[in-house]
Ligand binder design. Structure first.
Ligand code: ZN
Length: 330
C-alpha cells in the first residue's frame, strides 16, 4: 500500500516532464476497447522465418487481415487499424528497424487501446555430430590416427503457440535489449529502447506496470487458454528478459505478440498456411478478446482484469521446463 502511494507520488511529480518528452508513448487509460491495432509481423524484404512452403510474413498478413475482419464483425463499434495490409515493410520504410519504429509510432498516434502483433515461430534444425571414420596426421613417430566427424541435421520438433508480453520488471538489461540478428531489432540500428533509468521513463514505467502490464498479461493468458481449448500445444505466456521486443516496449497501450505456431514444423506450417488453421487461430484470439473486453467493461477504468497479478507471469510463463524448450527465432 505504502509502495503504491509512493509510486503514485512519483508519477504525479514527473507528469509535467512526461508531456515534454516527445518520443515517449502516450499513456492514456481509457475504459473499454475502442481501437485495436493489428500488427502483422515482417513484410516486404523482411519475410521473417522461411518454411518449406511459405513465409512468416505471408502467414502473419493473412492471419492479421482475417483477425481484423472477424473483430469488426463480432465487435461492432471497435475500430481496427493495421500496421500493414500488403506485403510491405510497414509505412513503406526502407528497412526492418525503421519499420519497427513505424509500427509503434503508428499505434501510439492512432490512439490504440490494444496492440496485437501476429508472428510465427521457427526453430533451428538440430545438429548431430557423428564419427565418420579416421585420418592420419603428423609425420614419423608422431604420425597418428584421429577420428573424423560429420554433422547431419534433423527437423526441430518444437511446436505450439506462445504469447509474449513486455517484461515490465526487467530494468537491468537495457544495453542488451537489441542484439544482432534478432528479429525485433539489430545492434547498429537507430532503435533505442526507452531508457528506464531516465526519471521520466521511470514514471512511465510505473504507469505502464500498473495499467498496461496487467491488461497485457490478462489478454495473453486468455489467448493461450483459447489455443489450449482448440487442442493446440501452448508454450505459455512469456516475457523475453534477455532481449526486448520493440513493438511491446514502445507502444503506449496493452500489447501482446502472438507466436501462432512453428513454421519450422511441417505439420504446423501446413496448419498455419491453411484456411482452417488460420480461421481457428483467428477464432481463438477473437474469443480471448471477447472475454478480455467483457472483463474490462466490468472493471473500473483504472484496473486490469481478474487474475492478472504480474507475479503470475513467471509461474504461467511456460508449460514446458525452460531447458526443454528448443531455442526459437521467428
Ligand atoms: Zn516474427
Amino acid at each position: 500500500m505504502r509502495r503504491r502511494f509512493v509510486g503514485i507520488l512519483i508519477c504525479i511529480a514527473f507528469l509535467p516532464l512526461a508531456f515534454a518528452f516527445k518520443s515517449a508513448p502516450e499513456f492514456v487509460q481509457r475504459k473499454g476497447v475502442k481501437t485495436i491495432i493489428i500488427d502483422p509481423g515482417h513484410g516486404g524484404k523482411d519475410q521473417g522465418a522461411k518454411g518449406a512452403i511459405t513465409t512468416e510474413a505471408k502467414i502473419c498478413l493473412e492471419i492479421g487481415l482475417k483477425l481484423g475482419k472477424v473483430i469488426e464483425e463480432r465487435f461492432p463499434g471497435v475500430k481496427v487499424l493495421y500496421t500493414r495490409t500488403t506485403d510491405i515493410i510497414p509505412g513503406n520504410k526502407p528497412d526492418k528497424n525503421q519499420g519497427l519504429r513505424y509500427r509503434a509510432e503508428f499505434a501510439n498516434q492512432s490512439g490504440g487501446d490494444l496492440f496485437i502483433a501476429i508472428h510465427a515461430n521457427s526453430a533451428r534444425k538440430i545438429a548431430h555430430r557423428v564419427k565418420s571414420g579416421y585420418r592420419w596426421v603428423g609425420k614419423g613417430k608422431k604420425r597418428r590416427k584421429v577420428a573424423t566427424y560429420k554433422t547431419y541435421y534433423t527437423p526441430n520438433p518444437a511446436k505450439g503457440t506462445e504469447t509474449y508480453i513486455w517484461a515490465a520488471d526487467e530494468n537491468t538489461h537495457k544495453t542488451d535489449m537489441i542484439k544482432p540478428d534478432d528479429e525485433f531489432g539489430e545492434a547498429d540500428s537507430t532503435l533505442v529502447m526507452p531508457d528506464i533509468n531516465d526519471p521520466v521513463m521511470k514514471a512511465f514505467q510505473l504507469l505502464y506496470a500498473k495499467k498496461y502490464f496487467e491488461n497485457s498479461l490478462h489478454l495473453a493468458t486468455l489467448i493461450e487458454a483459447e489455443f489450449v481449448k482448440e487442442g493446440r500445444l501452448s508454450r505459455g505466456v512469456k516475457q523475453r528478459n534477455d532481449v526486448g521486443i520493440w513493438v511491446l516496449h514502445a507502444t503506449g497501450m496493452p500489447s501482446v505478440l502472438v507466436e501462432t505456431g512453428f513454421i519450422s514444423d511441417r505439420n504446423e506450417e501446413e496448419y498455419l498456411d491453411s484456411d482452417k488453421g488460420q480461421n481457428e487461430i483467428v477464432g481463438n484470439i477473437a474469443d480471448a478478446l471477447a472475454n478480455y473486453i467483457a472483463a474490462k467493461e466490468k472493471a473500473p477504468a483504472s484496473s486490469g482484469g481478474k487474475g492478472t497479478d504480474p507475479k503470475d507471469a513467471q509461474t504461467n510463463a511456460a508449460t514446458l521446463p525452460r531447458k526443454d524448450m528448443p531455442k526459437a527465432r521467428s
